[in-house]
Design a binder for this molecule. Structure first.
Ligand SMILES: Nc1ncnc2c1ncn2[C@@H]1O[C@H](COP(=O)(O)OP(=O)(O)OP(=O)(O)O)[C@@H](O)[C@H]1O
Ligand SMILES: [Mg+2]
Length: 211
């Protein structure tokens, strides 16, 4: 797996959002995005997810150009900001509904991922009645359940309690196998350091360094 940014530049309403991004992401690694509010972490992830076409430059997913050769990466799981669910369905039913699109995983696997993020797979409560942290866990479960080749998690732990954080960290670490690319944005410096093989430092739309 490989994602290459080749001189990516994005401008919205005359304001540069991403500037001269040249970077290669490799499989089997967890990348942590760090930087101040508004520096472009979410926008970088959106651009990889097929949700934001660069103004200039190219994004290559395994050498195929996104927004040209392909519309979205073939295999991607994304948690960006507030995930949308069907509020009158249970968590399980929501995931089942999503999983039926590709029909690639079993109900057993859905139950397993729910339990792994710290939700009860037998919980009949509808998502409208979920707490913030529960919705976040469901969003993470949805992003990882099909074991996609690219996983983008934008602030996956911000609303979680201690046990939720531990569970989700384990889920993220377990994704590392199979040459997957995992990109996580998180404002908790220690947690990001713990999770990441490489930290990407961003400032004002640019990648300014690596740790
Ligand atoms: N829909 C939008 N239209 C225009 N500009 C936007 C939009 N969303 C974000 N921006 C701008 O893009 C820039 C990068 O925002 P982004 O959301 O990527 O920051 P971030 O690093 O994720 O910040 P945070 O840590 O607060 O999540 C900011 O200047 C922001 O104002
Ligand atoms: Mg953000």
């Amino acid at each position: 797996m490989e994602i290459e940014f080749d001189n990516v530049y994005k401008c919205i309403a005359g304001k540069p959002i991403l500037k001269d991004i040249n970077y290669k992401f490799f499989g089997g690694k967890i990348y942590g995005l760090r930087g101040k509010n508004g520096c472009g972490k979410t926008m970088l992830m959106r651009s990889i997810a097929g949700l934001m076409k660069p103004t200039n430059g190219r994004i290559l997913i395994n050498k195929k150009e996104l927004y040209k050769d392909i519309e979205i990466p073939d295999s991607i799981g994304v948690l960006i900001e507030n995930p949308a669910f069907l509020p009158e369905y249970s968590g399980f039913k929501n995931l089942k509904y999503l999983a039926d699109i590709k029909n690639q995983i079993t109900e057993e696997e859905i139950r397993c991922v729910l339990n792994k993020v710290g939700l009860d797979s037998n919980d009949k409560r509808i998502v409208r009645k979920y707490s913030l942290g529960m919705k976040q866990k469901l969003g993470i479960a949805a992003a990882i359940m099909e074991k996609p080749s690219i996983v983008l998690l934008d602030e996956p732990i911000n609303a979680l309690d201690e046990s939720g954080v531990e569970k989700v960290k384990k889920c993220i670490m377990d994704l590392k196998e199979d040459n997957r690319i995992i990109i996580v944005a998180c404002h908790d410096r220690d947690e990001l350091n713990y999770l990441s093989d490489t930290i990407i430092l961003m400032s004002e739309g640019k990648i300014i360094g690596e740790e």
